[in-house]
Every structure is written in structure tokens, then in C-alpha cells.
Design a binder for this molecule. Structure first.
Ligand SMILES: *[C@@H]1O[C@H](CO)[C@@H](O)[C@H](O)[C@H]1NC(C)=O
Ligand SMILES: *[C@@H]1O[C@H](CO)[C@@H](O)[C@H](O)[C@H]1NC(C)=O
Length: 509
């Protein structure tokens, strides 16, 4: 009918729900919002409580048609059945509950290995599973390269809150274990709880700290480094973690030169002055050990502007001192001092390799040489002998290089030359014809010395005694020697400053 006012209500029954419904699985530490929602009620009133009337452990916010209970963060105190009760208009009441279930498995396990792994010593592996709840479901497996080392469960655990659980395992660490993988598998298999992940895995390589050890320096090129060429020194060591390398060089003046820290020391154009003792020192900062290696580098360089000076003069007399200085660019000065007294050894200070450089220059070194002198002649049994006897002439001398000697009979149409055997000559079964002067010629490359021996052979009744010795003044008839041989021989033969002729002759051979 007209004028009749019809009010249409969209009628809806009073309903309520909790979101999420029935059951929620939440990780301790996260945020959980429970919503109690209504429909069909103009102004509902809400009430939240736990079943045993424990504290709510959250914040309630009421809106016109719904209410929220916010737990931030969720803690073990929130492990309850929550009940939401809604009153609508004072006469209608509805309620629903939700079960809040908690777990905690937030992080992968952490593997710790005893600080210094040393082969042959026990190693301890510790696997820590942080903040686990409920830990009575926790299972832990320790493995090495896929093989189980150790298994542990915590089924007896009665922790009521999150706890970090630890599994420890010790084993004998060997060198084969270096680089092997240790794995810790932690499982929290709660079948009726819906969360992921339920298994967490961490692996770690067994990394033993060792060294430095077996440190060496390799030189490239490996043959003698030559001036102007590149030179590379590499310090090789075994160390974990890698060692730090410091290069040093001992300088000629005794100082030490430091280089940048790098295991390769590269010299693009080696100079003679790069010669020296190189030291590579390595340090492992974890084991706190150091090791050193050294190499003596001599850059082969031809001497430049070489000069040789002799003081006071290149011709000297016996007993004088002679100083020979050989200098060269890029080569440290060297002095060869020679002092000679009769019977004393030659004193020769030398730097051998340098000596060799100078050798070709030192042709004047011939005055190292001494012609035969101090000749001693013994005639046995005597210079005057009877027919049929043997006469032995023994000669010793001092000379450098060693002397040779021959015995000649003079004033004869047919010259008889007798060679010596170790400085000894023997005339066997002498006859009167053997009477006469004999020249004993003692000579080396530098000069010679002649002794005259007069042998008188008489009939068995006659007897003479006569000996004439004289020394010609040809001691310094200097011959040009072959220097290298000379020096070699002079070194070899300077035995306590005096020559045994026998020794000298032996050396000569
Ligand atoms: C409550 O329920 C209604 C109807 O299902 C929905 O539209 C609304 O978004 C819900 N409110 C909350 C806070 O969940
Ligand atoms: C390493 O050795 C030095 C000297 O011996 C010492 O002062 C330092 O404390 C050591 N460091 C470690 C980590 O052991």
C-alpha cells in the first residue's frame, strides 16, 4: 500500500571464526596474529583466554567486527589452546579455539673443529644446533665424507625452552683427513607439525694448519745467471694457511736489504751488484712458525776496466814484499799480498773466482816461481871410490815449480846423461873410466842451477878425496812460464814452505 514504508534487512545469522583455524604451527621468535572475526552481529564483544587461564602472552586489539591477539615475538609461553568468545547483543554467544604449536629450528648447525689440527693428534669436531625446540625430537648425525662418524638423539631431553644443542666427537686426525668434508646433519622430524625445513645440514672441510715447511728458493734460469739477463727467485714453501714471504739480501757491507713481500723476486736485468746472499723468510700467522731459505747468487759478469798494479815493482828480489792489486769496474777490489822469506810459505790471499778472472792478466806472476836453490848433494859412500863400487848421488833442492835434474858426465866424446830416480842417481860398478867431473843440472821452468861433482875412481889400493862444488850465478834466468800450470803447481807444492824433492817430483808427474 502507498505510504507504507518497507525496510529490507539483509539478514545474516551471527557467525564467528578464528583465523587461522583450529591449529597453527609457529616458530618461536616469529610474530603470530590470531584473528577472531564475526559476521551477522552489529556490535560484537570479544574475549580471549587460554584454556588453563594462563596469561595470554599477547596483545588484544578489538575492532568493530573482529578482534586480534598479537604475539610478537612468539615464546614458549604461547604454547596453548586459545579460546575466543564473542557475545552478540547480550544473548548470543559463540566461541572457538585454536591450538598454537611451537617449534624452533632457525639456523643450520655450526661446526667447530679444535683449533689446531695436527696430523697424528686427536681432533675434536663440535656440531652446535642453535635454539632448538622441542629438543626431544632432535637427531644429529656427524659424517666424514659420507660415512657416519657419530649419531646422537636428544629423545630424553626435557628442555622447556629453546636451547643450543651440542654434539662432540673426537677422532685421530691423520694427514689423509686433510681436505675431507665433515658434515653435521640435524633433524627435527615432528610428523604432525607442518614446518620446513625439518633437516638442516652444514659441511666443513678439515683444514689443518701446518708449516711453513720444506722451504726452498728456486732460481730461474737455473744455470749461472748472467749480467743483463732476467733473474727470478721463487720462494717455495708448504704452509696452511699460506705463509707470508719476506725477502732479504745480505749486502757486501754487511747490511741487509729488505724487499717487498712476495714469493717471487724478479730482477729484469741482473747486474753484477745483484750478486749476494738472498734470504727468503716465510711465516705462517696461524701456526706462528717461521722458516728460512737462502741462496747465494753470483751474477756472471765480465770484468770491466781491469787494472793490475804491482808494488813496488814487477821485478823484485828475494825477501821483498810485493803487493798485487787487481781492480775492475763492478768488482770489489781484491789484493793479493805476497811475502816470501826463505823457507817460509807463500802467503796468498785470494778470492778464488776473482782470481780466475784476473788469471789471464797476471802473467807477471812468474815471480811466484823460484829457480832451484839450496841444493844439497850427497855422494855415497864418497866421491872417492874404489873400482867395482856403486856410487849413489842424492840431490835435494828448494824450487818452485818443482825441479827436474839430470846428471851429465863432462869432457867426454860420448856424453852420458843419467836420469834421476826421485832425485837419486846411481853409478853401478864404477871403473876408472867413470872418474871425472859430473854436472848435476837442476832445473825448472824458471831457471837452473848446476852443481859439479868430481868422482874419483881408483884402483883398489888408491884413494883420493876431492869434491868441488860451485854454483853458477844463473838463478834468475827467468823463463816465461805457462802461468796457469805454474800457479797450480805452486799451490800444490807449497808444503810447509820447503820442498821435498821427492814430493815435488811426484807432483810434477
Ligand atoms: C571477516 O569476515 C568477512 C567475511 O568473510 C571478511 O570479509 C573480512 O575480511 C574478515 N575480516 C578479517 C579481519 O579477517
Ligand atoms: C707468535 O709468536 C710471537 C713471538 O714468539 C708471540 O709474541 C705471539 O704472541 C705469537 N702469536 C701467536 C698467535 O701465538
Amino acid at each position: 500500500p502507498p505510504g507504507r514504508k518497507v525496510i529490507l534487512y539483509q539478514f545474516k545469522a551471527f557467525e564467528m571464526e578464528i583465523i587461522p583455524a583450529n591449529r597453527v604451527v609457529v616458530q618461536i621468535g616469529e610474530m603470530l596474529v590470531l584473528t577472531c572475526n564475526t559476521t551477522g552481529c552489529a556490535s560484537p564483544s570479544f574475549s580471549w583466554r587460554t584454556q588453563m587461564d594462563h596469561p595470554l602472552g599477547g596483545t588484544v586489539n578489538n575492532y568493530r567486527t573482529y578482534s586480534t591477539l598479537t604475539m610478537n615475538p612468539v615464546s614458549v609461553e604461547n604454547s596453548h589452546d586459545y579460546l575466543c568468545t564473542v557475545f552478540c547483543g547480550g544473548k548470543e554467544k559463540k566461541e572457538k579455539s585454536i591450538k598454537v604449536e611451537l617449534y624452533s629450528f632457525p639456523n643450520d648447525p655450526v661446526i667447530e673443529i679444535s683449533t689446531s689440527l695436527v696430523a697424528g693428534e686427536p681432533a675434536t669436531v663440535i656440531c652446535k644446533i642453535p635454539e632448538v625446540y622441542p629438543s626431544d625430537h632432535l637427531e644429529v648425525l656427524l659424517m666424514k665424507e659420507g660415512h657416519t662418524l657419530h649419531e646422537k638423539n636428544f629423545f630424553e631431553d626435557d628442555s622447556t625452552n629453546t636451547e643450543t644443542k651440542t654434539v662432540t666427537y673426537s677422532f685421530n686426525f691423520t694427514t689423509e683427513d686433510i681436505g675431507k668434508e665433515i658434515t653435521c646433519v640435524a633433524k627435527l622430524p615432528i610428523a604432525n607439525m607442518d614446518f620446513e625445513p625439518k633437516e638442516r645440514v652444514t659441511s666443513l672441510k678439515l683444514n689443518a694448519n701446518f708449516g711453513p715447511q720444506n722451504t726452498i728458493i728456486t732460481v730461474s734460469p737455473s744455470n749461472l745467471p748472467v749480467e743483463g739477463n732476467p733473474l727470478k727467485l721463487t720462494c717455495v714453501t708448504e704452509s696452511n694457511p699460506p705463509a707470508q714471504v719476506v725477502w732479504r739480501k745480505h749486502l757486501a757491507d754487511g747490511n741487509i736489504e729488505h724487499f717487498i713481500e712476495n714469493n717471487v723476486l724478479s730482477i729484469p736485468h741482473a747486474r753484477f751488484t745483484d750478486s749476494g746472499l738472498y734470504i727468503c723468510e716465510v711465516i705462517n700467522l696461524v701456526t706462528n712458525k717461521t722458516e728460512k731459505a737462502t741462496v747465494d747468487i753470483v751474477i756472471q759478469a765480465p770484468p770491466k776496466n781491469t787494472t793490475l798494479s804491482i808494488f813496488p815493482s814487477s821485478v823484485v828480489k828475494q825477501g821483498e814484499s810485493v803487493t798485487i792489486s787487481c781492480t775492475s769496474a763492478d768488482v770489489p777490489a781484491v789484493q793479493i799480498t805476497l811475502r816470501k822469506k826463505i823457507g817460509d810459505p807463500l802467503i796468498l790471499h785470494e778470492f778464488w773466482w776473482f782470481f780466475c778472472f784476473c788469471l789471464f792478466l797476471i802473467f807477471t806472476l812468474c815471480f811466484f816461481s823460484v829457480p832451484p836453490q839450496n841444493i844439497t848433494v850427497l855422494v855415497y859412500p864418497s866421491e872417492n871410490v874404489k873400482e867395482g863400487e856403486n856410487v849413489t848421488i842424492t840431490c835435494s833442492t828448494y824450487s818452485n815449480p818443482p825441479s827436474q835434474m839430470v846428471l851429465k858426465k863432462v869432457h867426454q866424446e860420448r856424453e852420458i846423461i843419467l836420469p834421476s830416480v826421485n832425485g837419486t842417481f846411481t853409478l853401478y860398478n864404477v871403473t876408472k873410466n867413470d872418474t871425472g867431473k859430473y854436472l848435476l843440472d837442476v832445473f825448472n821452468e824458471v831457471g837452473n842451477n848446476i852443481k859439479v861433482i868430481e868422482i874419483a875412481v881408483v884402483g883398489r889400493s888408491m884413494y883420493y878425496l876431492k869434491l868441488i862444488l860451485f854454483a853458477p850465478s844463473n838463478e834468475f834466468s827467468i823463463a816465461i812460464p805457462v802461468v796457469a800450470i805454474l800457479i797450480y803447481v805452486s799451490r800444490k807444492a807449497k808444503i810447509n814452505g820447503s820442498y821435498s824433492l821427492v814430493e815435488a817430483l811426484r807432483l810434477k808427474v
